[in-house]
Design a protein around this ligand. Structure first.
Ligand SMILES: CSC[C@H]1O[C@H](OP(=O)(O)O)[C@H](O)[C@@H]1O
Ligand SMILES: Nc1ncnc2[nH]cnc12
Length: 305
């Protein structure tokens, strides 16, 4: 197991367009091998000018070589936890299902609709003899999300690009890799979806199982395919906005990470997730396989002694 990287308690997961945080100073790369394999890319430990260090991971690999269905999310979450990370701030390029969420706007979702197709390993307990049912009614760490709201909004205002922050939104996570049909896009709107991506699951579920606080900054790139008389989304549309959104994401990270480090170390924004698996794992039985318990110890050392 990779040893804890001193002082690193925040993990950043960068999505499409956000493959590095080059406004921070690189300290070193680490590449922990977990019981679920290696993460998408080596993890970059980066430092702010204050000395605050964070762990950055590119979800699709540095050269965007991993498609959303093939992202090794279990290895990603386990690797971050093994370094000592306690809160994950993830970024994602998303489609907008609402007129008022324009390309270039940012959003902090609080709910998810799962439209993945069961082909992604979605639990650390899958394939083991240990059964657990993590609570997922509130799929994001709500205290962490609330903490972010004011700070992200202020940063967007200060940056002056006109990007708005939308809160309390519902994100649909689809399988892909193809984009949605027009009928699906309209159906998601009727269901109450506001945003759509291909990445928030199983990432958010695995963070919960590993007792990590997880929040997503959704950066809007397009209007998906629901608008009458408009073309349906293409990668070309997404790319038109991706670089500007990635730049703003780096500015947001740089502006909030010092305060976030303090908040995480205080523990004030972590209270919901820490300890949540204690009541989610089925009681120990002598039928549980010892090898499985050792594997799970990697993410939950308190429960698998
Ligand atoms: C490049 S468009 C579709 C692709 O972009 C998003 O990636 P990420 O969430 O990692 O920013 C979306 O989820 C899809 O994977
Ligand atoms: N319209 C869209 N659908 C799914 N994922 C996306 N990522 C960016 N735009 C998207």
């Amino acid at each position: 197991m990779e040893s804890v990287v001193e002082d690193v308690v925040i993990g950043i997961i960068g999505g499409s367009g956000l493959y590095h945080l080059d406004n921070l100073t690189p300290v070193k790369d680490v590449n922990p091998e977990t019981p679920w394999g290696f993460p998408s890319s080596p993890i970059k430990i980066c430092s702010l000018s204050s000395g605050t260090r964070v762990a950055f991971l590119a979800r699709h690999g540095i050269g965007h070589t991993i498609s959303p269905s093939a992202v090794p999310s279990r290895a990603n979450i386990a690797a971050l936890k093994s370094l000592g990370v306690r809160a994950i701030l993830a970024f994602s390029a998303v489609g907008s299902l609402r007129e008022d969420i324009a390309p270039g706007d940012f959003a902090l979702p609080t709910q998810i609709i799962d439209r993945t197709k069961g082909i992604r390993p979605a639990s650390f307990f899958e394939g083991t003899s240990v059964v657990a049912h993590a609570g997922f009614g509130d799929p994001f760490a709500l205290k962490f999300v609330r903490w972010l709201e004011e700070r992200v909004r202020r940063t967007l205002e200060k940056e002056g690009r006109g990007a708005k922050l939308h809160t309390d939104k519902c994100i649909v996570c689809m399988e892909g890799p193809q984009f949605s049909t027009r009928a699906e896009s309209k159906m998601y709107r009727a269901w109450g979806g506001d945003l759509i991506n291909m990445s928030v699951l199983p990432e958010a579920k695995l963070a919960r199982e590993a007792e990590l606080s997880y929040a997503l900054i959704a950066t809007s790139t397009d209007y998906d395919s629901w608008r009458e008389n408009e073309g349906s989304v293409t990668v070309e549309d997404v790319f038109k906005v991706l670089q500007a959104n990635a730049h703003t994401s780096r500015v947001v990270a740089e502006n909030i990470l010092d305060d976030l480090q303090t908040a995480v170390l205080d523990g004030g924004i972590l209270t919901e997730e820490v300890g949540c698996m204690r009541s989610s794992i089925m009681p120990r039985s002598d039928r549980q396989n010892e090898g499985d318990r050792q594997k799970l110890k990697y993410i939950l050392p308190e429960y698998f002694v």
